[in-house]
Design a protein around this ligand. Structure first.
Ligand code: NAD
Ligand code: ZN
Length: 251
């Protein structure tokens, strides 16, 4: 059943004029990064997201926020791309995928070699001053935290934070650029996202209304399965490995 669905998907990818992908935390679980809401070991079952992933939490408990990031940075920086990231990058280099919009902040699509990448929730490797918006590497922020407990901007004294979108913050311009890609697409692959986080989840009905085929690959159901053209209930690594064979991407 899954094989027939993957053959159908391979055919649609070959036929597509402008295929794009939207990815979520599920593409990175096989790199050892826990997801957000997945049934097993979701990151947010371990910590309170409103403390460590909201802008209010950042201000009300800055030390706690930095402690979490010291731990998370170590985890993220030791992760490597898996077969899903690598297959998507190969699809792009063969001209079969035009862009990836990702909710992930983990930098793994970039490390896999994807070039047209819209990181709509930011990237953990980059940091920013909340006052003057100067950019600074997150590694440097955390080095300051280790030395001085708080990380302040050398220019204006503002607090520094990883340049990732926290609950309560606006999305970066990459979101509008990603939306433009969605409106060009005639095929949207959604991989490893619960599609519960807005406004990103809205990209799926927008693609559909604009005439694109929508294919969801996920191990759990999503709220958009009913309107998708194809839903492949799968483990992504195995599914993307097979898709790569079908599309002859492996050499
Ligand atoms: P999510 O956790 O809500 O959903 C992930 C989905 O992927 C779940 O439905 C889960 O069942 C599925 N999944 C997990 N592993 C899978 C696998 N191997 N094969 C198939 N399906 C698998 O993630 P989301 O939709 O991206 O949620 C959005 C928020 O989570 C974003 O704001 C994102 O920034 C944040 N987040 C990012 C990371 C990361 O950068 N890797 C990690 C955790 C959370
Ligand atoms: Zn500053």
């Amino acid at each position: 059943m899954i094989d027939a669905q993957l053959k159908q998907l391979a055919g649609w990818i070959e036929e597509a004029r402008y295929a794009i992908a939207l990815t979520g935390a599920g593409v990175s679980t096989e790199s050892g990064i826990p997801d957000f809401r997945g049934a097993d070991c979701g990151l947010w079952k371990m910590v309170d997201p409103f403390k460590v992933a909201s802008i209010d939490g950042f201000f009300s408990d800055t030390h706690g926020f930095y402690d979490f990031w010291l731990w998370r940075f170590a985890k993220l920086s030791s992760a490597a791309p898996n077969i899903t990231h690598l297959s998507l990058a190969r699809l792009e280099s063969r001209g079969l995928l035009k862009a990836i919009i990702t909710q992930n902040i983990d930098n793994l699509h970039h490390l896999a070699g994807t070039t047209r990448l819209y990181e709509v929730h930011g990237n953990y490797t980059r940091g920013v001053c909340i006052d003057c918006h100067n950019k600074i590497d997150t590694a440097k922020i955390l080095a300051k935290v280790s030395r001085e407990k708080l990380a302040r901007c050398d220019d204006c004294g503002g607090l520094l934070k990883p340049d990732v979108v926290l609950f309560g913050e606006m999305l970066p311009p990459a979101f509008m650029d990603g939306l433009k890609e969605v409106l060009r697409a005639d095929l949207l692959l959604v991989l490893g996202s619960s599609l519960e986080v807005y406004p990103v989840a809205d990209l799926v009905p927008q693609a559909k209304q604009n005439g694109a085929r929508v294919v969801v690959l996920n191990r759990e159901e999503t709220p958009f399965d009913g309107s998708a053209n194809l839903v492949i209930s799968c483990e992504l690594g195995a599914a993307m490995g097979r898709l790569s064979e079908l599309l002859d991407l492996t050499h």
